[in-house]
Design a protein around this ligand. Structure first.
Ligand SMILES: [Zn+2]
Length: 264
């Protein structure tokens, strides 16, 4: 099996970049549909894809022959409401429209398994990436330690820790030491019952969830040469949509599309 990744820039128009068409209905715009077809047809993916509707949680959906019938080609209604998709079907695109969050492809060439996980701040806190890998190992009938040896992990552009600024982040108590190196700036730690609240001492802290996830992968036993993570920051690059940037500045919006598939 071979991994194919497709990342459009927002200028490619998988969603209409005109501000008045922000929201969901723009998917029915003819121009948008035409652009998608133009991009996907050469890969044979025009209708052969499953597009997730992410919730910033840790639910995982398995795309098999049966669920594919329900989800195939759905742009809006009828999509699986999950943050991860996994499949062993070749020639099927797994799709997500990110807006600063990390979108990961998890690929096992030899066993023929492909996953897509959507992990921003919330998804990283609930460790959706690691959970997806564990689920894939289970489905393939392989022990996690063995499974990870054959993996390749790829990530599309996402916001960096320097630019993703928040007043605080709340994390499970047991994960404090894991998170500490990836919370940038002067911070204080406040007891919040089951969680710790890591708060900015001054105005804001930077949350490097991409770095956190990378470290999680290494902790699982992956080697850095198995990782292919984009260094492009969606906040810095005008080519990608950044919900964080576009909320604080009046700029032309428009999403970008990330689709991955495996082919024999
Ligand atoms: Zn940045």
């Amino acid at each position: 099996m071979q991994l194919v990744t497709i990342v459009t820039k927002k200028q490619d128009g998988p969603i209409d970049p005109r501000p008045e068409f922000q929201g969901g209905l723009n998917w029915f715009e003819e121009r948008v549909i035409r652009n998608r077809e133009r991009i996907l047809a050469p890969y044979g993916l025009t209708d052969n894809f499953v597009r997730m509707s992410p919730n910033h949680e840790d639910e995982i959906a398995v795309v098999d022959e049966e669920s594919l019938e329900r989800w195939r080609g759905k742009l809006l209604a009828g999509r699986p409401e999950v943050d991860a998709l996994v499949t062993n079907l070749p020639n099927i695109g797994l799709e997500c429209l990110p807006a600063d969050c990390g979108v990961y492809a998890i690929f096992h060439e030899e066993l023929g398994w492909l996953g897509m996980a959507h992990a921003g701040r919330e998804g990283s806190i609930v460790k959706v990436l690691e959970k997806t890998i564990r689920r894939m190992a289970e489905l393939s009938g392989t022990k996690m330690e063995i499974f990870i040896k054959g993996l390749k992990i790829w990530m599309a552009p996402a916001i960096c820790g320097k630019h993703y600024l928040k007043e605080y982040i709340e994390i499970p108590k047991k994960d404090l030491e894991e998170w500490k190196p990836f919370i940038l700036g002067e911070k204080e730690i406040v007891d919040a019952g089951e969680n710790y609240k890591i708060k900015a001492k001054d105005k804001s802290i930077g949350i490097d969830f991409v770095g956190f996830n990378c470290q999680q992968l290494l902790n699982c036993g992956l080697k850095s040469e198995q990782l292919d993570l984009s260094e492009v920051c969606t906040f810095e690059s005008e080519d990608y949509f950044s919900s964080y940037r576009d909320k604080i500045a009046e700029v032309v919006q428009g999403r970008f599309m990330v689709m991955v598939m495996m082919k024999p």
